[in-house]
Design a binder for this molecule. Sequence first.
Ligand code: 4AD
Length: 460
Amino acid sequence: VLKEDPSLPAAVRIKLNDKSVELGDETKKGARVKVYGRIHHLRPQKHTTFITLKDGYGYLQCILQSGDLTKSYDALMFAQETALVLHGEMRSVPAGADAPDNRELHVDYYKVLGAAPSDLDAITNKVSMQQDVWDAQMLDNRHLVLRGENASAVMKLREFVELAFIDSYREMQFRKVSPPAMVQTQVEGGSTLFKYDYYGEEAYLTQSSQLYLETVIQSLGNVYCIEKSFRAEKSLTRRHLSEYTHVEAELDFIEFEDLLDHIEELISRVVDKVLADETARGYMKTLNPGFEKPALPFLRMRYEEAIEWLNKQDPPIPNEEGNPHVFGDDIAEAAERRMTDIINRPILLTHFPVEIKAFYMKKDPNDLRVTESVDVLMPGVGEIVGGSMRMDDYDELIEAYKKNDISHEPYYWYTDQRKYGSSPHGGYGLGLERFLAWMANQHTVRTCSLYSRFMGRCKP
Ligand code: 4AD
């Protein structure tokens, strides 16, 4: 059993991102510190064992000279993820050597706190196997995959992104609210509702907080929320989740153009804030080194122009049935993605036909076939935002319920807004995982969520 040398100076506990500790070298002693963490990487060599330690805050190279420190049973059992506390002297790395933050811990004492079997490589290393089998294995082992540098960097960046939204909204004087997740109304169509029994009544998990946001702009001004939304999506795509984080805002007394300008400004602010932070920039460098802030203004394109654009390509990009696109077609995910990737810059796609959009959307007074609606499309991901101006006329809304086979009774509170001082207003929802997939260059939103939920997956 290792014994700590009582003649050494007391070890001061630090986290691995603490840059303030004194580093020693050949000429002077560095600070003696105590670090808690897990083995990220282990390299036993003849004279020295190298451990890269991680603690969720940073990484540190730890050096154990061969001898008492390495011949114990504990040392023989070191493995990736072994939890331990190490004491030692902090030094700068010698010239020519490479280590995180250019420093290393010369260990003089340690204690294992939690051993680990040395099977992690077998779990998270891709041997020859089919992509889908591999993907499922990674998801089954998400709790261990999250221990990895990349998976955890995405989650760390996610926090910066979320905070950047909160800061941006504060600066723009939007008030944060928290609408309910348990509801009795639909927003985006009945086919993706998760139904459940609410004390004997039918209820749903919310698809969007929009309708609730619309009921508080009158008293709270412009509002936003960052809440979960739920969609019983019956297809498996790389950008659909059953539970996702929805950034939604509602703006009062605006015109459609104001809404477009605002969305552009928000995205721009959030990107600026993330890139302004040194730590976040570090994660961006790991995950998406080529990232550049998109130029403003974004390309604005009407739905009708997009249809023409798709048909004009050589070869033309067909609709889902393999035919040329016609006005009224939904632009399906594949076509939308092709278009976004070819144009290769953010697009504000506007003025979608009434028939393919939700019941609440306001019609364009200059072209009653279309709505004042917008999707923001990003290269690599496609749609990350959906928004619109809202129907503010009472009779028109009642008519829209009828047309969409929606019974108006459960919506009385929503309809009332058109009775008590209605106003031109609009808003949008942004999928946080999709936004992150764009910024962090992830192939799928599934790696942008801590534990993703989609058809067939509700564990871990
Ligand atoms: O376009 P959607 O359905 O719009 C609404 O829900 C509006 N009621 C929002 C509003 O105006 N307040 O969804 C908005 C965004 C999409 O652009 C997408 O980024 C994300 O939410 N989203 C999903 N993200 C992951 N998985 C899913 N199944 C998603 N469905 C929508």
